[in-house]
Write a protein of this length. Structure first.
Length: 256
């Protein structure tokens, strides 16, 4: 982070107390220096940001990219939500790679924000009435394992079926809780895609999945659906009315 060396006496006084902080807000400064006005705090933090000491996350919220160890906490300070999709899978040790995209599930808010000075990008995705199934883990909210898997089936393009099926295989899933999230949506396509892939996994990997899961999902089969929007050769599954344009060899490449 490039810094312009000169800072004023007032800025230096503030910097002395916040130089070891990863996330800095106006309230933190006010607690340390109650005599300083809000406008002076804003002016000092903005100046430190311009001079390269801090980065601005949003109004009245800054961070030190050199010290940022809790990007999830910062992401949830930008907007209310919970950590989900591949970010949640990473927290549960269900994917192996380091994902520098932080997925935050919201009720209605949608936006992509780059955390300047870091490798991280925050993607806010709204799920409306499906904004549920999360819990507090440490200092931030995260989807439960069951809701994480459900959300990944709902938004598979953000994780890919190979990573998703591997996560399902490794996770300890409460299948009653898992199927409960499908009861909250009238989206038949997610039921068809999920049923198709779970049945494939049961057959190929011998994963133990209760019969009531398939019984419920099968009731929701309606019109033909594709696994992805990508054009190309497909294989049609009559039972689930799924046009598989991904292929078993890709979906279960980790198993073969």
């Amino acid at each position: 982070m490039n810094k312009k060396n000169y800072i004023s006496r007032g800025e230096a006084e503030i910097w002395q107390y916040i130089s070891n902080k990863e996330i800095i807000g106006n309230k933190l400064i006010k607690d340390i220096f109650p005599e300083i006005t809000e406008s002076r705090i804003n002016k000092a933090l903005s100046s430190l940001c311009r001079k390269g000491y801090l980065r601005r996350a949003r109004r009245s919220l800054y961070y030190n990219p050199l010290l940022l160890k809790s990007p999830y906490n910062l992401a949830l300070m930008l907007h209310e939500g919970y950590i989900g999709l591949s970010s949640a899978l990473r927290e549960y040790n269900l994917i192996e790679y380091e994902d520098f995209t932080i997925f935050v599930i919201t009720k209605t808010f949608r936006k992509n924000i780059q955390l300047k000075g870091t490798k991280y990008e925050v993607i806010f995705l709204p799920l409306g009435k499906l904004f549920t199934g999360f819990e507090k883990k440490g200092n931030f909210y995260i989807s439960s394992i069951e809701k994480t898997i459900f959300d990944c089936f709902l938004k598979p393009r953000y994780i890919g079926y190979t990573n998703l099926t591997k996560a399902v295989y490794d996770a300890k899933i409460d299948w009653d809780k898992f199927i409960g999230f499908f009861r909250l949506t009238g989206n038949s396509s997610i039921c068809q895609r999920t049923g198709y892939m779970l049945e494939m996994m049961k057959k190929e990997t011998k994963l133990k999945i209760p019969s009531f899961v398939f019984e419920y999902l099968l009731q929701k089969v309606k019109n033909p659906v594709r696994l992805t929007s990508v054009k190309g050769k497909t294989r049609f599954n009559k039972k689930w009315k799924v046009q598989d344009n991904v292929g078993k060899e890709n979906i279960l490449s980790w198993w073969q």
